[in-house]
Design a protein around this ligand. Sequence first.
Ligand code: PLP
Length: 386
Amino acid sequence: MNEGLHTKVAHDEVDTKHYGAVTMPIYQNSLFAFENHESFDHAMQDVLAATVYSRGNNPTVQYLEGKIAELEEAERARCFASGMAAIAGSLHALLRSGDHVICVNQAYGPTRQFLDELSERYRVEVTYVDGCMLSDFEEQLRPHTRLIYLESPTSGLFQLQDLEGVAALARREGVLTMIDSSWATPCYQRPLNWGIDLVLHSMTKYFSGHSDCLGGVVAGRADLIDEIANKGYMLFGGVMTPHTASLMIRGLRTLPLRMERHHSSGLIIAEFMEKHPLVNRVNHPGLPSHPQHALACKQLDGYGSLFSFETQLSAEMLKKWADALRYFRIGVSWGGFESLVTVGQTPASRNATGNNPSVARLYIGLEDPQTLIGDIEQAWEHVIGT
Ligand SMILES: *Cc1c(COP(=O)(O)O)cnc(C)c1O
């Protein structure tokens, strides 16, 4: 864990503007009025910084953005209504017709769908690469490549990309880099320090931490964030509400604390799964068996608690196992207090062997890990007997 993280989220200067309130008040207003037209005109000339209208700036949201920028060691951050609003808004702001994008093929599904839309409608060229090797990116570079889009680790197979290597390659070629870092949070991965240009998160996951609101954020250099703010943010209007920002601020106070718990519980259960005779492999970057474990040790300070495992059982059997679980709920998303499970097919890239193992994704919440292990065991017994 980065030194000072707990202090960064817990500590604020006394804010004399708000009667010394220790939490940021919710500014529940759409517009801001001015004493005279001169100050209004002045603010209108600086809409990116001034509080004029809450689709542009709102003090509650700005407070949160400042905190995240601090955690990511970024010049600036912008919060959106959801992770997808941050992704779509940023991509739309930065890409033009004729640009080429290299994206990891395991990127979040809707991110790929959005890039495919840009490709079909606006002639943005997209190339998907595995991304585990630096050469995957190098080989696909073209004169009009504008952006390399990363997600590390990915949220299905938990593959990593070499952030320092990709950033150096991209800088040399004048290409922008952007990463979805939702899994690691700024507690465990600070991509800007490796030279990546923009980092984004689905705040719906660990930042919120309580499965009660949606949000997204993008952080990076001021010029890039301002360009995104001017276009993808203001014009799409998918902004975070002050109410949501207040919930996110509350989540942020305990983010490093919760991440420590997720880190350790996730590893305990991943190690337990790896020993189970019915499990072929566990996809968790923190396990020494993960093919990119050395890279994980280099660029991550800790681990998220979302991982997957593969088994020879049919998907049908695995779904029966999921049904028998009492503490893991069946559902999408992750990052909250509650453990979750979903069952699916092994991604095509691993299906070369001809047999068709199934895969389950586990999210380890804040419950006692021994309770969760007991739950997993009783569910196996339920499905296969002893
Ligand atoms: C959930 C998720 C998103 C999208 O975030 P929303 O807040 O649901 O829009 C993006 N990337 C990853 C890795 C996610 O898990």
